[in-house]
Structures are given as C-alpha cells and as structure tokens.
Design a protein around this ligand. Structure first.
Ligand code: S3P
Length: 429
C-alpha cells in the first residue's frame, strides 16, 4: 500500500488516539497469569498486540476480544499456562518476543518463538544472557543472539542484575521470569526505562517494591485479576503533537493520553524547542497518569538531546528529526545508538528519507544533526516496513511542497490502525 499526502495548511480539532501499545501487551500477559477475571478497556487492537493475544491463547489463556476494544480474560493463575502445540509467531513485535522469552523461561513446558525478517535481525542476547543467569534453558541462532528462540521451561533462581542498556523490554522479561523464581529478584537500571510493568504488577498485587534505585520482586505469589483502563498512546499522539507544533495556525486537543513520566520526553523536548503544549485534566487511572493535551502552533528552535534523555523519547526520535527541520538552528541527537536495532535502523532510515525531501540532516553513529529551518519538497519515500518511520514521514509530507508518496505504508497498522483517518479529520476540520 502507498500513502499519498499533500502539503496541508493547519490541523484543527479534538481527537482520541488508540490505547497504549506497551500497556496493552502487558495487560494481556499479566491478565492471563493472574487469578480471577481481568477486564481491559481501550485495548490497542493493532497487529503487534494481536500477536501477543494469539500467543497467550496458544498458551491456553482464555482471552476474548470485544467489539469496543475491550478484552475479557479468565486468568489461569501463575502455573496454569499450557504447552503450545505449535511455534508461537510474534510477527514484527519485539515487545512480544522479549516479554514472552521471560515468561516462558519459568514454565514447565517447551516452546519456540519466531518472528518476521525484522525480528530475526534484532538482538536477543540482551534477554537470553540474564535469563540464563536465572537458570533458563533458552537458545537461539548464534548462541542466543537471534530468533527463533527455543525455551525449555526450568526452575528459576532469583537474580540481582544491573541492566547494561536501558530497556523496558529486558527489564520486563526479567520481572516476568522473576515471578517464577524462588526468592527476591533485584533489578537496577542505568537510566529509568518505561515503568508500565512495575505499575501493573502493583495493581495485580505482586510482591514488588519499587524505589528510585531498584526494583525488588519476590516470586511465587499469585497475581489478582483486575480492571485495567488503558490511556491513549503518547507515542501515537506524538505525530499529531509534532504536526500541530510545526503547521502554522494549528490548534488541537488530544484526549486521555498516557502521561507516565517515563514516556513524556517528547513533550519536554518539544517544549524546550519552544512548542506550546498544555497538560489538562490530569488524573490517575489503573495506576497510570493520563491527561488531555492541547497543542498550538509555535515557532521552534533547535535543541540538544543527549544519552540521558533518550529512554524518555526513544520511539519519538525520528519525529524529533522531522520537527527539527522546521526549527531555527541546530538540533543534535547523540547517545541514541539503540535506534539502529529497532524495527529497522531508524537513524539510517529517517536521515535518508528526510534528505530526499530537502532536509539538512547528517547521520552520526549514535544519532543525527539537523540544521533548520528547511523548505521541504514532496518525494517518493520508503517506510522500511517500520510504522514509526512511515508516520514520521506522513507528518513531514504535510510540510512539503507537492505530493509525497510513502511506500509500504500498511506497516502503520502495527501500532496505529486508523492513523490516516484521524489525520484527514484534523486536516479537513
Ligand atoms: C517497549 C520498550 C522500548 C520501546 C518499544 C516498546 C516496551 O524498547 O522502544 O517500542 O513496551 O517495553 P526497548 O526495551 O528495546 O528500549
């Protein structure tokens, strides 16, 4: 599929974005191994989350997806999953494969996880290595570096571990394995990665203690099913936040967006660039903060983003590059090497496509440098089958003279089905 977009004048209107992807994955997995019923509302019905749903069903969980993005799960309890009869397919979802690697390590059965061409290139040693330290019997190509992964469930020991990279997927894999370990698992992070797992473990009554320096989890305790409301995904809202910030005359409100402080780096950095983003109606639901975000056009200036900022806006960095093309002065992003091992090499991808459209952007080993502002022109662009690259280019297209074609745009459904429709509503308000 190709997404064809033209230059737009401004964005106006009030919108909702679909539920948070990270929280949706976690709610399915924890609901399946909790005791009692879990009712999820505003679940993200996207390709990635459906992969987790299918995997949990293949593991014997009773998960039912309703029409209105609600999900009902009859929990099986900590020890109630069953050996899957076939290979578990995670599709394009890095979150699914890494989180399930942790969960499956502690089961008393054998399972295999496979994924698409992108998944088969992404680093798995980061979960395999610490899981092996816990006693997991887990294998993959190149001694566990690459999927497919095979897991023969084992009795696990608790782990004291400092993550070498700030990664919520690795942290979560270890916490899920820790639920099955006898004793206390202690995890320290170099920088705080998104903490949705810890928050959900709290409301499902796990034996967890969270402090700024470490997370302590004692295994063996049954979790309790609960009602989980999922806020709108700030990573999806980000495309409209950035677009409204750079299109003259725009004013939009995005309702009920998750504003967990481990995810709001995009708001902080855009504000630092001079954006006008107001946070209204702040409340906490299901242990996660949410708010309405009101965004108005504003003149932006360049910004410096360093290693310590990266985890708070890791998925929004391609979009920062787009905003930087319209900002006065230099934007420098460094310490973001992790971007090279996402669904595609996001540094290479965004630099090459923005260059095609006339941006002044240079690739760095661990980031990029953008000199703005630039007049952009429409082009035929590649999505690299990466949803975040495709949507970042869609925002760029709104600024570019003429027509922009984004190839293989169907990948947008990985995280944001309905993206184009919402965008068109804001354009035609
Ligand atoms: C995610 C964690 C991040 C993020 C990804 C979702 C999660 O990945 O980029 O989109 O749900 O835990 P890393 O853990 O690799 O940083």
């Amino acid at each position: 599929m190709e997404l064809v977009l033209e230059k737009a004048s401004k964005l106006k209107g009030n919108i909702f974005v679909p539920g948070d992807k990270s929280i949706s994955h976690r709610s399915l997995i924890l609901g399946s191994i909790a005791r009692g019923e879990t009712r999820i509302s505003n679940f993200l019905n996207s390709l990635d989350c459906l992969k987790t749903l299918e995997c949990m069903q293949a593991l014997g969980a009773e998960v039912e997806l309703g029409k209105d993005n609600s999900v009902k799960i009859k929990g099986k309890g900590l020890y109630g999953l069953q050996e899957p009869k076939d290979i578990l397919d995670v599709g394009n979802s890095g979150t699914t494969i890494r989180l399930l690697a942790g969960l499956l390590s502690g089961q008393d059965f054998y399972s295999v996880l496979r994924g698409d061409a992108s998944i088969r290139k992404r680093p798995m040693k980061r979960v395999v290595e610490p899981l092996r330290l816990m006693g997991a019997d887990i294998w993959g190509r190149k001694d566990g570096q690459f999927a497919p992964l095979s897991v023969r469930g084992n009795k696990l020991n608790p782990l004291h571990y400092t993550l070498p990279v700030a990664s919520a997927q690795v942290k979560t894999a270890l916490l899920f394995a820790g639920l099955y370990a006898k004793g206390e698992t202690v995890i320290k992070e170099p920088l705080p990665a998104r903490d949705h797992t810890e928050r959900m473990l709290e409301i499902t009554q796990a034996d967890i203690k969270i402090s700024p320096s470490e997370i302590k989890l004692t295994g063996g305790k049954e979790l309790r099913g609960t009602d989980i409301f999922i806020p709108g995904d700030i990573s999806s809202a980000a495309y409209f936040i950035a677009a409204a910030s750079i299109l003259k005359g725009s004013q939009i409100t995005i309702k009920q967006v998750g504003v967990n402080p481990t995810r709001t780096g995009i708001i902080e950095m855009l504000n630092k660039m001079g954006a006008k983003i107001d946070i209204l109606n702040y409340k906490i639901k299901s242990n996660e903060p949410q708010a309405d975000l009101m965004v108005e056009y504003s003149k932006l200036k360049g910004v410096e983003i360093k290693k310590e900022n990266i985890p708070f806006l890791i998925d929004e960095l391609p979009l920062i590059a787009v905003a930087a093309t319209q900002a006065q002065g230099k934007t420098v992003v460094s310490g973001a090497r992790e971007l090279r091992v996402k669904e595609t090499d996001r540094i290479k991808a965004i630099v090459s496509e923005l260059k095609k459209m006339g941006a002044d952007i240079k690739e760095r080993e661990d980031g990029f440098i953008v000199e703005g502002p630039s007049k952009l022109k429409g082009a035929v662009c590649e999505s690299y089958n990466d949803h975040r690259i495709a949507m970042s280019l869609a925002v760029t297209a709104l600024l570019a003279e003429g027509k922009t074609v984004i190839r293989n745009s169907e990948c947008i459904d990985i995280s944001f089905p309905g993206f184009e429709k919402i965008l068109q509503n804001l354009i035609n308000f």
